[in-house]
Design a protein around this ligand. Sequence first.
Ligand code: CTP
Length: 408
Amino acid sequence: MNAKTEGPLYGKRIILGVTGSIAAYKAADLASKLTQLGAQVYAVLTKNACEFITPLTFRSITATPVLTGLFDEPDTGKIAHVDIPANADLLLITPATANIIGKIAHGIADDWLSTAAMVVTCPVIIAPAMNCNMYANKVVSGNIERLKELGHRFVEPGTGRLACGTEGVGRLADLDKIIDEVLAAIGANNDLAGMNLLVTAGPTREPIDAVRFLSNYSSGKMGYAIAEAAAGRGAKVTLVSGPTELAAPSGVNCVEIQTAKEMLDAVNQNLDGVNTVICAAAVADFSPVVTKEHKIKKNKQPWSLELAPTIDILKNLGADKGKRILIGFAAETEDLVENAIIKVREKNLDFIVANEVFKEETVFGGDMNKVTIITSNGSMQDWPRMSKRELAGKILDLIKENYWEGKI
Ligand code: CTP
């Protein structure tokens, strides 16, 4: 597979260091994904990694020579373990054993990878994978802290069943998380420089009393993925977010709100200079007319709650659209296309990203999404199921190619 001539990592040279862990096989998939994102990947396998997976696997995926021995010189006349690292955009070690982390933390350079780690001046990302006791070992955690202090980025391992049969922290992080870190470190090709984007994300909470609220299952992942990807591509981004479990993406101005009214106010207060708005939030459509100051006590009587409609933030923006590009999301449980078309028209949108929430079990809270894009001129595109991160990139590409260039 040859590197693509496009994608957020196009033109980036990544050294993918693979060390001796059972998770080494996952590095082959990672190499493939990075190549598909446009990167030129140089796989480096330690001697122990070669016990788990073969160099041929990586050569077939990356179409570049795979480096295993310190004195390998695929380009005659050039000292590969100095030349390639010196010109790399990123050193990514996945999976990283306690051994390679220890060597790098203490300046030991006795093979290609540990030597390259000393030569590089580019960002370094390390994704550890090891037995949970090893990961918890104070020497290992001390080495990790030391490298973090030196600016190395870590993608923390996940919890789960480990190859040794135990349960605990030590599983290689999801590849999507590792790729997010790669994009955050070097994915900025600034093709969205000049875009001033406001994104809404997450649910809102409408308080009933001192301890209860009305809300929905939105995780905020879609809006956060868009905000992060846009900031990584050079856009100025404000993210107005309801309560989520997610960390604020780096480089994004994050405004936290609770209620639909607070989201409306925050959007209005942050609209200055904004030329593109993407409303991915699942805003409550109704809010209790009265919020009781104290906890409502139960009694045996049926009880009803009076609700008033909230203001439709997106529709409000559509009513005073000007030259702004306006994109909405539509969560539908039936008649997806018909309902989405009505929303595009009524809210004066450029396009809407519509998904059928009951069909796709994982939309709320999940990492994947399958959507249909419906534009104001009536065109419709069914996109395949993909990760929210990938979808975020494709939505931004669509804006850039069809709405952004020439319009602003
Ligand atoms: N939206 C908004 N403010 C609201 C309600 C919705 O900005 N008070 C935005 C959402 O962020 C989304 C779009 O409007 O981009 C559509 O939201 P959705 O919940 O699918 O539809 P609604 O317009 O609320 O209509 P309904 O719930 O009847 O389907």
